[in-house]
Design a protein. Structure first.
Length: 152
């Protein structure tokens, strides 16, 4: 005798295949990554030199300073100097290469500007022009300063 409480649904091979196909398509579309909006600029760069107008070329000694770009964000980090160890400053990047604007919305006071100055950033927001960019070298004018970096 058939008990209606324990009815087992039956699937035709066509409906099961349709269900599996729809599931696979849904998972594939949901796992797409965001497009790289930074192009060749994306990644981590080590600051090698800073050329300030009217001053000798600066080489960051005793510390390693990095600038990272990803998804319209810029992050300044330091790993060596005990005074700045683990320091991170995050800002926004707008515009398109070669003409960009860096904006650090949380670092706007004179004291904050002193903290990001070691990376050659003396203004906020600051206009940036990328002069050279390839797989290993980045040279950009940041305000009045020219920064040379290597891909890390």
């Amino acid at each position: 005798m058939n008990n209606p409480k324990f009815h087992t649904p039956s699937f035709s091979p066509g409906s099961l295949l349709t269900f599996l196909l729809a599931t696979i398509i849904t998972l594939a579309l949901g796992s797409c990554k965001k497009e790289n909006t930074m192009g060749e600029l994306r990644g981590q760069w080590q600051l090698m030199t800073i050329e300030r107008p009217g001053a000798d070329t600066e080489v960051p000694e005793g510390r390693r300073l990095y600038i990272s770009f990803d998804q319209n964000l810029i992050q300044l980090t330091s790993t060596d100097d005990l005074e700045m160890f683990g320091t991170k400053f995050t800002g926004e990047v707008s515009g398109t290469t070669p003409d960009l604007i860096f904006n650090f919305p949380y670092d706007t006071t004179p004291a904050d500007m002193q903290l990001i100055a070691p990376w050659g950033i003396d203004e906020n927001p600051v206009n940036v022009t990328v002069e050279t960019l390839d797989h290993s070298t980045l040279r950009m004018k940041v305000g009045q300063n020219v920064l040379t970096l290597r891909r890390f």
